[in-house]
Design a protein around this ligand. Structure first.
Ligand code: ATP
Ligand code: MG
Length: 385
């Protein structure tokens, strides 16, 4: 029995617990909103404060990267934190992330770091429109982003961003990264694990579809070996540079046959939720195996699998569950517009059958709540035709 403390008490900690219990791992979660250690499934009960949680565990990990640096420092000081606070901080600050990509010579979107009006003007001069501006800290689900398509909007965006930076209540100074918009063919990601001994196991690359800046569908089917190889090389470079331990996700833009890194996440990732049904050892289990020092599990795709996010809804028609190969994962959260409430994993014997099942599910779900699902299902069917 080993005790693991997860920083963050959301759905990722919950799913780590569900995957770790059969391995005799005892998972607790630190809720940063209440400063209390809680059970990851039944958040009510408290086991004490952070220091109590640190003392009682063998390993500390994180389910998200936007953690205050004081908390990270306390955890690092215990010698139990994996991945390191450095890796977590890089994932939480786009400026550090860009610096890492540059130092590893990993291809990414052309960008300028903005700290002053001069930097902003420099970005307008060196990057072609459209430009996307992203907050350096605390960006997630497309939040803290501005898109400049028409130069006439530049001043308005500058003022808005300046106000945003000044009002930020962050322990490190908030900033902005300007990025060239990439005319990508599609978005993909790779999720993989690196063990304490440097062993690496990555899952097949996954195609991701976003709706209003939030992931809506991920699909894992047979992959193009050259893209898989490119993604693996980037994964290896970055994790070796950081001496990373645990699961890491890398989001890419695919342009032709080239992959450009969009961002990295030093944790289990929404685009890896399909691994719960599409592989023998899901990302949550592999993350735990990596940090507690167990051998990594098999990451091969065992059957074509798709994941559909449930955003802002707290029920789905029961007929969805009647479809063979469908698994529901609810997060036990209060309903709120746009909130990630759960996901549906859909497995099939072949890609064609997966496309058929997605069509079936798109027909059962409310079109307004899942606006792009039908289109995605059509696209997949069309590609296979
Ligand atoms: P999340 O945490 O959900 O991954 P995020 O808020 O961290 O999102 P990004 O992943 O950087 O933000 O951006 C969200 C989405 O916006 C991307 O998945 C992509 O669809 C689009 N996007 C971001 N940057 C660019 C870019 N440079 N060119 C084209 N599209 C972009
Ligand atoms: Mg992203």
């Amino acid at each position: 029995m080993k005790n693991v403390l997860v920083l963050g008490a959301g759905q990722l900690a919950r799913m780590m617990d569900l995957a770790g219990t059969p391995l005799n791992l005892n998972i607790k979660a630190f809720d940063v909103r209440t400063d209390q250690v809680v059970h990851p499934l039944a958040n009510e009960h408290s086991y004490g404060d952070l220091q109590t949680g640190i003392d009682a565990c063998d390993v500390i990990t994180a389910e998200f990267e936007h953690i205050s640096h004081d908390v990270l420092a306390k955890c690092e000081a215990s010698g139990k934190l994996l991945p390191s606070s450095e890796a977590i901080k890089i994932g939480g600050d786009r400026r550090l992330e860009k610096a890492l990509l540059e130092s590893c010579k990993v291809a990414n979107a052309k960008h300028v770091i903005i700290e002053s009006r001069d930097d902003f003007d420099n970005a307008l001069n060196t990057l072609a429109l459209p430009i996307i501006f992203k907050s350096a800290l605390e960006g997630y689900d497309g939040k803290g982003q501005w898109r400049l398509k028409d130069i006439a909007q530049a001043d308005a965006i500058w003022q808005d961003m300046q106000q945003f930076v000044e009002q930020a209540n962050t322990s490190v100074k908030q900033g902005i990264v300007a990025e060239q918009m990439v005319p990508f063919d599609r978005e993909i990601s790779i999720v993989g694990a690196r063990s304490r001994t440097g062993e690496i196991a990555v899952y097949p690359i996954t195609e991701n579809h976003h709706t209003n800046g939030v992931l809506s569908v991920s699909i894992a089917v047979n992959v193009d070996p050259s893209l898989q190889q490119q993604a693996l090389e980037v994964f290896t470079k970055l994790t070796e540079k950081l001496d990373y331990v645990g699961v890491l996700a890398i989001e890419f833009f695919q342009v032709g046959q080239q992959l450009l890194v969009n961002e990295i996440a030093p944790r289990v990732h929404n685009s890896g939720h399909w691994t719960q049904q599409g592989t023998d050892c899901c990302q949550f289990e592999n993350h735990l195996r990596a940090i507690v020092g167990l051998p990594l599990g098999n990451t091969e795709l065992i059957r074509p699998t798709a994941m559909v996010n449930i955003l802002g809804e707290d029920s789905v028609p029961e007929q969805v569950l009647a479809i063979p190969g469908v698994a529901m994962h609810w997060y036990n959260k209060q309903k709120r517009a746009g909130r990630k409430m759960g996901h549906i994993n859909i497995c099939a014997a072949s890609e064609r059958q997966l496309a058929e099942k997605l069509q079936q599910i798109a027909g059962l779900l409310d079109q307004q709540a899942y606006p792009d699902l039908q289109q995605f299902a059509d696209k997949l069917e069309h590609r296979l035709a």
